[in-house]
Design a protein around this ligand. Sequence first.
Ligand code: LLP
Length: 436
Amino acid sequence: MSKLLITKKINARPFVYRYRELYCDDVRLVGLAGEYGTPLYVYSAGQIRERFQMFQQAFAGEPHTICYSVKANSSLAILRLLSRMGAGFDIVSGGELERVRKASKAALKRVVFSGVGKQEWEIDAALQAGILIFNVESEAELHLLAARAEALKVRARFALRVNPDVFAETHPYISTGLREHKFGIDIKAARRIYRSASRYQWLDAAGVSVHIGSQIRDVAPFAAALERVAALIGELRSDGLDIRYVDAGGGLGIEYKDGVFDAAGEVARYAGALRGAARLMKTHMLLEPGRFIVAQAGGLLTRVLYVKQNGAKTFVVTDAGMNDLIRPSLYQAHHEVLPVQQARSGASSKLVDVVGPVCESGDFFARDRSFTSVKSGDLVLLLDAGAYGMSLSSNYNTRTRPAEVLVEGDEHQLIRRRERLSDLFATERLPRSSKK
Ligand code: LLP
């Protein structure tokens, strides 16, 4: 029988059933769970590369740099993989800057630094590292950047992150482009601030940036935001500024539900929406995709601890909890859950809640989900966990965070060992005992 016939590809994901058993590319998940334990993040290197290339191809017609948004998944091995493909990076902290440095020194010159609360030491470190551009989010930050650039005698390229007042349909916690949000500078005030910046000798007003939110499926708001930016750039140029960069931010969404998802088509549509305004501006485009590159490449592999019945409800309790993957609890986000051993066709299924062991009612992965019967010891996979999974994990309930494995075809590598309890205690001190 050909491989195609026995392989059921799940949408755009690298997780496939073969002989009713789930694989990541050509690696058995059962084997990975046996070798590294659970919960375990599993990523496909092939899919991360493929998604990055989709972006490269979609924007091939314009001068551009894809600055992968480190916050989506900041594991060093993933940053290294992307840096080898020529990626730049969008960072929001001095910590993320150090991650980029560890992954690739050469990539530092392709770093854009965003964030509403940059501290002096972070600005200094970025200036000294020679990053590409600062996305400045307030006038006060601009003054600090000017002062630090002068003190260190390093010219600082900056873009104001403007808030275009564009509404994008997404979860309110991850929408950023409205005037009421804390992000960016009111686009109406931008021209005045750019003018006032011209008195600073060590500042170079090199660009304009915008980011309207995350998990946005409709491309029209991206186009609307960029059109407003294009109008601003026209004004800035007439003021004599040499604007060379426009940073269109990140935010392109994916399909979390089971169904058809044409990733290449989505990026092409996105690039098409940005193209009009981009051509008008004749600038080097910077893009900051995070989720789109890594979300679907990753799954969280977890083992069923117990199946319990409370009244009419059935709970499947897994060894992963909200501290490992917080998206369902925090954003009511949907993640598909798959049994690693596929049930025979015709097997009965019932409505269950898939929950973790954390002591919070909000610790759930799925509610009232139709699921084939599972029992204690079975493995299940939470899909689309590659973005904002591990990077948002915590030690709540004094739980050690998962290990991470990178799959490359039929090979795999541990890229982060499982945390040990001793790692958790390493920074703590008991108070000296008092005399009383
Ligand atoms: N650029 C900036 C300035 C951002 O704030 C973000 C995300 C990105 C780029 C990347 O956006 P992406 O392409 O990944 O949508 N934890 C939430 C998402 C928070 C997004 C924060 N900013 C979630 O799990 O859905």
